[in-house]
Design a protein around this ligand. Structure first.
Ligand SMILES: *Cc1c(COP(=O)(O)O)cnc(C)c1O
Length: 358
């Protein structure tokens, strides 16, 4: 028997969130971002949910090949391009579209003899200062690349740092202005918005948009997922493997971080940070048992958490415990643990079985 922890992946919810993106940007094509194993949801699952996306976008070459094996025959964008010269063979063979963001990658393209002409994205650094060419080099790089016989098409891309806030150090409007100036006069397709920009700055048009977190029903910030009309996709649930009774003064788990003030009944759940539940979740973090909201107690350990079931009737080892999902926002658990839903989704461990639901 596997441990009772599972992540249920709601395919309908993936589809509904994709439709949400289409409603916001009816004229744009959609790169559904599926890096990090589809934000932890499993590529086999997200391929089904994103059937009607125009392309899939990720950074891992082995996973891009896996997407082709799964039968995905539409565009695939590699958002960090090649890490090594040999990656160009995979690009050529599987018809992948790399994002070119540094000089080394341009050199690799010059050197390579391709069997098929490739489509690439040129990444522009509009202020995030992680990847991409400085604005004043864009025209030169674009013309250098577009003139190569091996290159069929060059599109342009940049990434926003603060679309969910109005950060005065670098806001979306400033980045768009830098972007437009850098590619003035170039006739190429562009891709700009991530989830935060789609939800907060829907006046910005690009030929392709690049939503990630919103497709999985998580919020990029600046409002709750439900207020954005998004549907949660993953429900993480498990069961108890032990039930204990505490007397006043008894403590629970490592560090004895929780001490009972009165008689209590506690349930020990097969779920811990080794599954991806955040270790920083403190006493009081909500969970749902038998449809009733209760809370965790004491330290999260690798394989177990402890839950207060004193006031919940009819709890037994078979009772269901929901860690996050439909009725318990993953954003809420993330925020109580000092992180974001992105991290919780990506951290769901391999040992947690993903089960598809329609
Ligand atoms: C991850 C990523 C996205 C998606 O971002 P979300 O905030 O999840 O919508 C878009 N573009 C790039 C370049 C990314 O790395």
């Amino acid at each position: 028997m596997p441990r009772p922890i599972i992540a249920i992946i709601n395919i309908k919810a993936l589809k509904s969130n994709l439709i949400r993106v289409k409603k916001i940007m009816p004229k744009s094509k959609i790169w559904a971002v599926v890096k990090a194993n589809g934000y932890g949801h499993g590529l086999e699952n997200v391929v089904k949910g994103f059937e009607s996306a125009d392309g899939l976008s990720l950074i891992e070459f082995d996973k891009a090949v896996f997407l082709r094996e799964l039968g995905w025959d539409r565009p695939i964008m590699m958002m960090e391009g090649m890490f090594d010269y040999s990656d160009l063979d995979i690009i050529d063979k599987h018809n992948l579209q790399p994002v070119i963001h540094n000089e080394e990658q341009i050199k690799m393209i010059h050197k390579k003899k391709f069997n098929n002409r490739i489509e690439i994205y040129l990444k522009i650094n509009t202020g995030m200062n992680r990847l991409g060419f400085p604005c004043n080099e864009v025209k030169k790089k674009y013309h250098e690349l577009i003139s190569l016989p091996s290159i069929k098409k060059v599109s342009l891309l940049t990434h926003f740092a603060n679309a969910e806030t109005n950060n005065s150090l670098l806001n979306v409007e400033k980045q768009v202005e830098f972007f437009q100036k850098s590619c003035e006069g170039i006739k190429a397709e562009i891709t700009l918005s991530n989830s935060a920009a789609l939800l907060h700055k829907c006046n910005i048009y690009s030929d392709w948009v690049r939503p990630g977190i919103m497709l999985y029903g998580g919020s990029p910030g600046g409002g709750s997922a439900s207020s954005f009309g998004l549907t949660p996709v993953m429900t993480l649930k498990s069961k108890f493997i032990s039930i204990q009774n505490l007397n006043p003064g008894d403590t629970v788990g490592y560090g004895s971080l929780f001490k009972a003030q009165s008689k209590m009944r506690i349930g020990i759940v097969a779920c811990g940070y080794g599954d991806g539940y955040p270790r920083h979740a403190k006493t009081g973090t909500p969970v749902i048992v038998n449809n009733i909201r209760t809370k965790i107690l004491g330290q999260v350990s690798m394989d177990l958490i402890t839950i207060d079931i004193t006031k919940i009737p009819d709890v037994n080892l078979n009772s269901e415990v929901i860690l996050w999902g439909e009725k318990l926002s993953i954003d809420e658990i993330a925020s109580l643990s000092g992180t974001v839903s992105y991290e919780l989704m990506c951290s769901v461990n391999e040992r947690v079985i993903r089960v598809k639901s329609n």
